[in-house]
Design a protein around this ligand. Structure first.
Ligand code: OGA
Ligand code: NI
Length: 360
């Protein structure tokens, strides 16, 4: 797999730009007018919100209750590609503690964080950009990226040593979130008319799926109307289980030509479908574009867990979903090949998955 070894420009930590007391954000973060968030109209936009699903009944012995929850998940996947889940089985205290440990990490002195500075060859560690094209517009965020699965990629020495609780929390948090991911994969499989384990196996099987965490840190921004925390993109992998900052909204989902601001519920996860599920389901399910806006008063920390296929497994539309009337829409490709696009070019809406479609 070819990859680029170094960043095209000196890396600037967005968080530490602020320490220099700037009032105007540097030109490279200023988006062109059509890409800027319209902060005034957005807060006035309808009460629309992504669906909220209570997962409590998903594993009930009562077939009917189980089926009802599964169909709510199916409708949310088809209509939105995004939903919030409550009663998801991950301990609330653990989630909160993990997020606060990461907040502490980002508040450490720059020299400490720089020990984990990342490069575009693997993206693991402390980073501030996605994509390696020179002179492109940058997003108002820093992040930390790490692998949990497959085990061959897990290396706790690459995870922050400080705060001292961090590694243990990440380990426990990952275990519970990955378990939730496995349950959702079963629901998606049966909802699509596939065998319960189909998607999980297509991703590599339990210990072999790809599971990685990106902690996003969005510093306060003196000119939030000019920039974005993350530009529009669809997640390249399978599904994302996001713990947003329930006190600071920021995530916006593209729905029916509007940007809908998600109103996070306490202790809820936001689940969204990525490009690999669009490919495997032959576009019965679709990944959805989303972006993040920033604000002048509050920083924001979010935990994005990516539940992906193992990188070296060929992924293609499920045979069972291919019929005479439904030709395969996407060619076979490994996730390692697939994600080179976003890793090289940065977030570009749904350009990649749409460009793959084979002509009908
Ligand atoms: C991501 C993402 C949203 C958020 O990390 O891919 O879309 O709210 N994050 O931080
Ligand atoms: Ni995303």
């Amino acid at each position: 797999m070819s990859s680029v070894e170094s960043w095209p420009e000196p890396v600037v930590r967005v968080q530490h730009l602020l320490d220099s007391g700037i009032k105007d954000i540097p030109e490279c973060y200023v988006k062109k007018p059509s890409d800027r968030p319209s902060l005034i109209t957005e807060s006035a936009i309808s009460e629309m919100n992504i669906p909220v699903i209570d997962l409590q009944d998903l594993f009930s012995d009562d077939d009917l209750l189980r089926q009802t929850t599964a169909s709510l998940v199916d409708s949310a996947c088809r209509e939105w590609g995004f939903f919030q889940v409550v009663n998801h089985g991950v301990h609330h205290q653990l989630i909160e503690a993990t997020r606060e440990a990461w907040r502490e990490f980002f508040h450490l002195p720059l020299e400490e964080k720089q020990k984990y500075a990342n490069s575009p060859s693997t993206y693991e560690g402390y980073g501030s950009r996605l994509g390696v094209e020179k002179g492109v517009s940058l997003d108002w965020s820093d992040y930390f990226f790490l692998h949990y699965l497959p085990i061959s990629l897990r290396d706790e020495r690459k995870w922050p040593k400080l705060p001292v609780s961090c590694r243990e929390l990440v380990e426990k948090y990952s275990k519970e979130v990955v378990e939730l991911g496995g349950k959702l994969m079963k629901i998606f499989s049966t909802n699509l008319g596939l065998k319960e384990n189909y998607l999980q196996e297509a991703f590599g099987g339990n210990e072999n799926i790809g599971a990685c965490l990106r902690v996003n840190y969005y510093p306060k921004c003196p000119q939030p109307g000019l920039t974005l925390g993350i530009s529009p993109h669809s997640d390249p992998g399978g599904m994302t289980i996001l713990f947003p900052d329930e006190n600071v909204s920021g995530l916006q989902v593209h729905h029916k030509n509007n940007w809908v601001t998600v109103k996070p519920l306490p202790n809820a996860f936001i689940v969204n479908l990525g490009d690999q599920l669009q490919v495997l389901s032959n576009a019965n399910y679709r990944s959805v574009e989303h972006r993040v806006i920033v604000n002048a008063e509050k920083e924001r920390v979010s935990l994005a867990y990516f539940y992906n296929p193992r990188g070296d497994i060929p992924i293609k539309p499920a045979e069972k979903l291919i019929t005479e009337d439904n030709a395969p829409l996407y060619p076979c490709m490994t996730f390692n090949e697939y994600r080179l696009y976003i890793r090289t070019r940065g977030p570009r809406g749904k350009a990649q998955v749409e460009s793959l479609k084979s002509p009908q």
